[in-house]
Design a protein around this ligand. Structure first.
Ligand SMILES: [Zn+2]
Length: 164
């Protein structure tokens, strides 16, 4: 028995009807999305997109980190990205707890000191989103022809609201 048997079994079922072999890795709808790792977010479905349409970068909070910028620069120049959406969401754990609270919770769960681990907590989600959008728009390797928008996804209604 393997800890991953159930998932490997499901993967074999998936592969049985797999028809995407040979597909390229471009963003066929020209879309890149930076969003949270939150399991309440279904990034393709919420934008009416399908497999192959978008490049998706996820992290806690949906923040534009240096790694997100790496992905976006690659997406724009090599993978057909023409529009970029930055999409944090309502009721995100990264906005409702403080850095110290998260460190205390992880510390309690592990029985170890977790104060050295940073989590990138966001104090003001909309202000942070505007900063993140600005970081993408002003990136020297992302041309002005690329459209960049900042949105908040409501995990209770499924609606996205543009804030920048
Ligand atoms: Zn989140």
């Amino acid at each position: 028995m393997n800890d991953f048997d159930d998932l490997l079994e499901a993967n074999r079922t998936f592969a049985d009807s797999f028809e995407l072999g040979g597909f390229d890795g471009k963003a066929h709808a020209g879309v890149a999305l930076v969003t949270c790792m939150d399991s309440r977010i279904d990034p393709l479905a919420m934008l009416g997109l399908k497999h192959g349409d978008a490049k998706i970068f996820r992290n806690p909070g949906g923040r534009v980190t240096p790694q997100a910028l790496e992905a976006l620069v690659l997406g724009v120049h090599l993978l057909n990205v023409q529009r970029i959406l930055v999409v944090p969401h309502t009721r995100c754990a990264m906005t409702t707890a403080s850095e110290q609270e998260l460190q205390e919770r992880i510390g309690a769960a592990t029985g170890q000191d977790a104060t050295w681990q940073s989590f990138g907590v966001v104090d003001d989600q909309v202000a942070r989103l505007r900063q993140d959008v600005r970081a993408v728009r002003s990136h020297p390797l992302i041309p002005d022809t690329v459209k960049v928008g900042g949105f908040v996804y409501d995990v209770d209604t499924g609606l996205m609201e543009q804030v920048d």
